[in-house]
Design a protein. Structure first.
Length: 762
């Protein structure tokens, strides 16, 4: 028996086991499909019923074996070129719960798991394992294995173990894959947790994953993992409520397959591993794939071993001569550098009865923990750990080039045998059919509707008879990968389904990408540009590339991991859900990150940057959730929720961290820095800076205070007379005398140099 799903969308579905698909005793094949915002959150522990724990598994997909009851059969569960985003499960498997027979195998390839979550089952049962995918098998036997290739797991969260992936008795191979920003805040394995079977990892990037213990990889016993040509960067563990300091990256010894790279380096995951900053770009779309690109100068370039892998995560050829020294050698990690920065463009688990092995807070498999030195949090500015540099990534991301729409239309029309529909000088309605169409509206206010294929739709340039009326063309691509060009009037362009190119040109236009991975441009004029599905209940998520063009534009990424450029003018940009990249560029822009871990770049002009809703769990050594960079100009930068990293860059900036523990850099200029709520780290940089303190906001570390140049600004009625200033090691502590509440430490400052002249009450 086989269930085959191809070219399909599953959006906003609900279930008890498998929000979108429940497959029993048969092969499951999923190809080129999307699973968006499905969930099993209504499930609860069914007290008194058989298999009471077996509820809520698989927010999108639930499988119970790929083989039939015939002992001679075996089966495959395969997920290929598919996207799982925003799905939520109970107990086990935020996106997919894949239960197998020992005869079965599982293949996951060319896919993306982004922003899925696994929550605990109310009333008992499993505690929320595998924010992305769980694969396990029956009894004490291993299954035929799991292969994960060319796949990205980003920003998945598990309340239990395995932020992205949880494995039991499943021999696994991982290659050319990315694990970024996944979290297991209450347990083991920010990216992967594995039990009772080996896992071989090759040419993979683990970056910015976090957990209570073992930020990247947790093993139930020693040396299950063999790792080669792989990057471990800024994976962290919080070690909450324990006296030992568990390893940041992994919890147990691994088998070192060679050519691995780790940062930070303490403690090393294997003897002899290279300890160096891999110089990664932020998670971004490159060639339509979410990756951390290697940047120029990365020690990972040409430092791997040539293997049987002939492409990287994007499909780019490997090996290449990345350092241009005449030798073609594979890079370490999932990304192959090409010598220059690439542009960003009814069965359960009867084996454990529903309980999590070792999830009571100890090391997986033994109920205990690794001894450590009880060190402090990285980057706290006072424990001997180096302060992260102000390494705003905005200048390292190369802006993709928008295709020349006029040349593209000429080429498409010349090479096309499609049906041609021509409008008149009047107001026309032109509708394509199921075949590929070329539709040209000509003059007048036209309405043009493509069919279900790849269409070319051109609005025309409006009236040329001297009339003063404003023409408005309506272009709807409908199904297929369409090319839409609006002309010089105030047009409405809607891509519809498929991966569309919509270029509005001149005029005050309204451009909507709708379903699919679209490229959108407002062109000249004050435009509204929206990516993704505009229906609030659809949950549609798309990875769009958006350009505002000249004019004061309003842009919304909607759901999905989008890249948005405001370009010229005073733009308003909202990212929406997903891991987004926002660039205000020229003009006085307002940029809002909304949900997800976003990178926001103000660019030139006096901009307002707002981080939006993030997670309070710091991802990476520098604690970033949202990454906000003001750029040139006098900017206002607001971190809002989440553990954010803020940079004012050039200009006299005002930076406010918002909730949670933030890292704030003023940059060049006379800046005002406020950590707000949380224990924040503040660096004013060059210039005369002001650091804002208040009671009840946490303890801030001011790492570069300059006596006689910088000022501590007291708010909420505080005065210098109410404070005590004392020496604590090499630092000065500022506290409220009446309550002993510590407000801040001035790192490296002698307390005798501090008096009332360094403070001002506001």
């Amino acid at each position: 028996d086989r269930l085959t799903v191809t070219n399909s969308d599953f959006i906003d579905n609900r279930g008890i086991n498998g929000g979108a698909i429940n497959s029993l005793n048969g092969e499951t094949i999923v190809e080129n499909s999307r699973f968006i915002n499905n969930d099993t959150l209504a499930a609860t522990f069914a007290t008194g019923e058989s298999n009471a724990f077996l509820r809520g598994f698989g927010g999108a997909i639930y499988t119970d074996r790929a083989s039939t009851n015939n002992a001679a059969t075996s089966g495959t569960i395969r997920i290929t070129d598919s996207v799982f985003e925003g799905n939520s499960g109970r107990g086990e498997g935020g996106a997919a719960y894949l239960f197998t027979d020992p005869r079965d195998r599982v293949i996951i390839e060319g896919s993306t798991f982004d922003g899925n979550e696994s929550k605990a089952l109310p009333g008992g049962g499993a505690g929320g394992k595998a924010g992305g995918v769980i694969v396990l098998t029956d009894g004490g036997s291993q299954n035929q294995g799991l292969t994960i290739t060319d796949t990205t797991f980003a920003n998945n969260t598990a309340e239990g173990q395995g932020g992205a992936v949880w494995l039991m008795r499943t021999p696994t191979t991982v290659a050319n894959s990315v694990f970024s920003g996944n979290q297991a805040p209450n347990n083991f394995g920010g990216a992967i947790t594995v039990y009772e079977a080996p896992i071989n990892i090759n040419h993979t990037t683990f970056a910015n994953n976090s957990a209570e213990f073992s930020g990247a990889l947790a093993q139930g016993s020693n040396n299950l993992a063999t790792v080669a040509n792989t990057i471990f960067a800024n994976n962290t563990s919080t070690n909450t409520g324990v006296s030992f300091n568990n390893n940041q990256q992994t919890n147990r010894p691994i088998n070192d397959g060679g050519n691995n790279l780790q940062s930070p380096g303490e403690p090393p995951i294997a003897p002899g591993i290279t300890l160096a900053d891999p110089v990664l770009g932020p998670l971004q779309l490159v060639d339509g794939v979410l990756v951390h690109p290697l940047l120029a100068g990365s020690p990972a370039i040409d430092a791997g071993a040539n293997t049987t892998l002939t492409t990287d995560r994007r499909g780019a050829s490997r090996p290449q001569d990345g350092d241009l020294n005449g030798s073609t050698i594979s890079d370490i990690g999932a990304f192959e550098f090409a010598g220059e920065t690439d542009p960003g463009d009814g069965g359960g688990d009867p084996g454990d009865g529903g309980g999590d092995p070792g999830d009571g807070g100890g090391d997986p498999g033994d109920g205990g923990g690794d001894p450590g030195d009880g060190g402090g949090d990285p980057g706290d500015g006072g424990n001997g750990n180096p302060l992260p540099e102000d390494d705003c990534p905005c200048d390292t991301i190369v802006k993709p080039t928008l295709p020349n729409i006029e040349q593209l239309l000429v080429q498409l029309r010349q090479s096309s045998d499609d049906r041609l529909l021509l409008g008149t000088l009047e107001d026309d309605f032109l509708m394509g059919d199921a075949e590929p169409d070329v539709i040209f509206g000509d003059l007048g206010s036209d309405a043009m509707l493509g069919g279900g294929n790849n269409d070319i739709i051109v609005g025309g340039d409006g009236a040329d008879d001297g009339s003063t009326g404003v023409e408005r063309d309506v272009l709807f691509g409908n199904g297929g990968n369409d090319t839409l060009s609006g002309g010089i009037d105030n047009d409405l362009l809607r891509g519809g389904q498929g991966n569309d190119l919509a270029y509005a040109d001149a005029g005050d236009d309204w451009v909507w990408g709708d379903l699919g991975d679209d490229t959108l441009s407002g062109g000249d004029g004050n435009d509204v540009v929206i990516g993704g599905s505009g229906a609030p209940a659809s949950g549609q998520s798309d990875r769009d590339l958006m350009f505002g063009g000249a004019g004061n534009d309003a842009m919304l990424g909607n759901t999905g991991s989008d890249t948005i450029y405001g370009e010229d003018g005073n733009d308003i940009i909202a990212a929406g859900k997903g891991t987004d990249l926002l660039f205000g560029e020229a003009g006085e822009d307002t940029l809002y990150g909304d949900k997800g871990n976003d990178t926001i770049c103000g660019g030139e002009g006096n901009d307002l940057l707002i981080g939006g809703n993030g997670s309070p769990i710091a991802i990476g050594l520098d604690g970033e959730q949202d990454r906000l960079c003001g750029g040139a100009g006098n900017d206002i930068v607001l971190g809002n929720e989440g553990a954010d990293t803020l940079s004012g860059d050039a200009g006299n900036d005002a930076l406010f961290g918002g909730k949670d523990n933030d890292l704030i850099f003023g940059g060049v200029g006379d800046d005002r820095l406020s950590g707000d709520a949380g224990d924040d780290t503040l660096s004013g940089g060059d210039g005369s800076d002001r650091f804002i303190l208040a009671t009840g906001k946490g303890i801030d570390a001011i790492v570069d205070f300059v006596v006689g140049e910088d000022i501590v600004e007291l708010t909420g009625g505080l005065t210098f007379a109410q404070l005590t200033v004392s020496q604590s090691g090499n630092d000065t502590t500022v506290a409220v005398a009446s309550t002993n509440e510590v407000l801040a430490t001035l790192n490296g400052i002698d307390s005798t140099a501090i008096d009332g002249s360094s403070f001002v009450t506001m």
